[in-house]
Design a protein around this ligand. Structure first.
Ligand SMILES: Cc1ncc(COP(=O)(O)O)c(C=O)c1O
Length: 431
């Protein structure tokens, strides 16, 4: 029995079910990561086009992050939310990287935790009577109960509608109104706009500027203009959940900047600290310093802003900024886009390819006419790519690609060649 098979068999006697689809299907035991490459317990290597879980913008074990974490590990790990030596420099660096109206910050440990903090904030500052929050269909915001109020899919029937109302997402490939862009006049946005104007009890709209977990849904021009105007006109706060996109992945520090929306609050996590649990809530002064927002302890928790997380975030963001890695994301993202569009022309089961920066979603379908989702093809592609040394991220019939920003061009093109062959293999097997 291989070392991996032995380890997986032993742990399976104890672990509860409920692993991600990619881990359950992939059956690998990873033991090491360097740059864009992972190694498993039997010695096989993989290019990591899922960048950890979109966390490894600098790849695995970036030497500067390792050095800072190692140094910090010998000094101090947790003093609740007392200030530590690096917290001020991290605040200053974030203030430089974020759009200039987002000057107030709070630190947390995970994506769901920071989304909960944003929910608490909007509920605290809301005028009386504004007791509902808005969200978009297909949005994903985490698995805690408050976040699940905003998410109506993902983990089976466990969503909890709570006091949220949902609007249409800009999902052109599967338009719920059965219209086509641009002749649709972005009707989905018009309906969201009307909904916002007609519902005086909504305090905030939570949204992913690019919907990541649902398969990298990128809004078309015209979508956000209408919705943002409606929120402004009706006193509804805009809360951009950039847990997945924040930190440069869209080719701008925030994806909101790329799509032209100006949020009042932003949540960031995955791209902040090279895989160390660390999350940021950034907002306008008037929201985060509102007299009702900052009650004692509202930004503190056991692991929030621990010194190791701060060190990892400061080291990560310093490299992103110093090495202009966001410019690199735009350059590599354009290469990736061109190669994927070319694949789209040749592979009939690849129904749609879309993306922004170094973040792409591939939808597999039974055929292009019906567009019926084909999770069986996506699984075959995922496994064929993994066996050939390429790790991607799978969810249902969608495969997402999000390589580290530091990947070199040859690695990127090699990974895309592997993917191309994996799609051919999956299509032939399904024929
Ligand atoms: C947009 C978005 N928000 C929130 C979350 C939840 O983050 P976490 O898994 O760290 O709780 C995720 C996770 O993928 C996400 O993509």
């Amino acid at each position: 029995m291989s070392r991996q098979a032995d380890l997986l068999a032993r742990e399976s006697r104890h672990l509860a079910p409920g692993a991600s689809e990619e881990a359950a299907l992939g059956k690998r035991v990873f033991v090491e990561g360097r740059g864009a490459t992972l190694r498993d317990a039997d010695g096989a290597e993989y290019l990591d086009f899922a960048a950890g879980t979109l966390t490894q913008s600098l790849g695995h074990c970036h030497p500067e992050v390792v050095a800072r974490l190692t140094e910090q590990a010998t000094k101090l790990w947790n003093v609740h939310d007392f200030a530590t030596a690096d917290r001020a420099v991290l605040c200053e660096l974030l203030a430089e990287l974020l759009p200039e109206h987002l000057t107030t910050l709070a630190f947390f440990s995970t994506g769901a935790e920071v989304v909960e903090a944003a929910l608490r904030t909007v509920q605290a500052v809301a005028e009386p009577g504004r007791n509902r929050v808005g969200a978009l269909r297909h949005g994903f915001h985490g698995k805690t109960q408050g976040a699940r109020m905003l998410v109506h899919w993902d983990i089976g029937d466990q969503s909890f509608a709570g006091n949220s109302v949902l609007g249409y997402a800009p999902y052109c490939y599967r338009c719920p109104l059965e219209l086509t862009y641009p002749s649709c006049d972005v009707k989905c946005a018009t309906l969201v706009r009307r909904h916002i104007a007609e519902k005086p009890n909504v305090s905030a709209l939570f949204f992913e500027p690019v919907l990541g977990a649902a398969g990298v849904i990128v809004p078309p021009p015209g979508y956000w203009e209408q919705i943002e105007a409606a929120c402004r006109d009706n006193g509804v706060l805009l809360v951009a959940d950039e847990v997945l996109t924040g930190g440069g992945r869209a080719g701008t520090f925030l994806a909101s900047e790329a799509i032209g929306v100006t949020p009042d609050l932003v949540t960031l996590a995955k791209g902040m600290a090279s895989g160390f649990p660390f999350a940021v809530l950034a907002g306008r002064d008037e929201v985060l310093r509102h007299p009702r927002a900052g009650s004692a302890g509202s930004t503190a928790s056991t692991f929030a802003a621990n010194p190791l997380g701060i060190a990892a975030a400061h080291a990560t963001l310093s490299v992103v900024s110093r090495d202009d890695l966001i410019g690199r994301v735009r350059h590599l993202g354009a290469m990736m886009d061109a190669r994927l569009l070319e694949m789209h022309e040749r592979h009939p089961r690849l129904g749609d390819v879309r993306g922004i920066g170094l973040l792409h979603g591939l939808e597999f379908v039974r055929d292009r006419h019906s567009r019926r989702p084909a999770p069986e093809i996506a699984r075959r592609v995922y496994l064929a790519a993994l066996d050939a040394g390429l790790r991607t991220a799978i969810g249902g019939h969608i495969i997402r690609l999000a390589p580290p920003f530091i990947i070199d061009e040859a690695e990127l093109l090699h990974g895309l060649d592997v993917l191309d062959r994996a799609i051919t293999e999956a299509e032939e097997a399904a024929a």
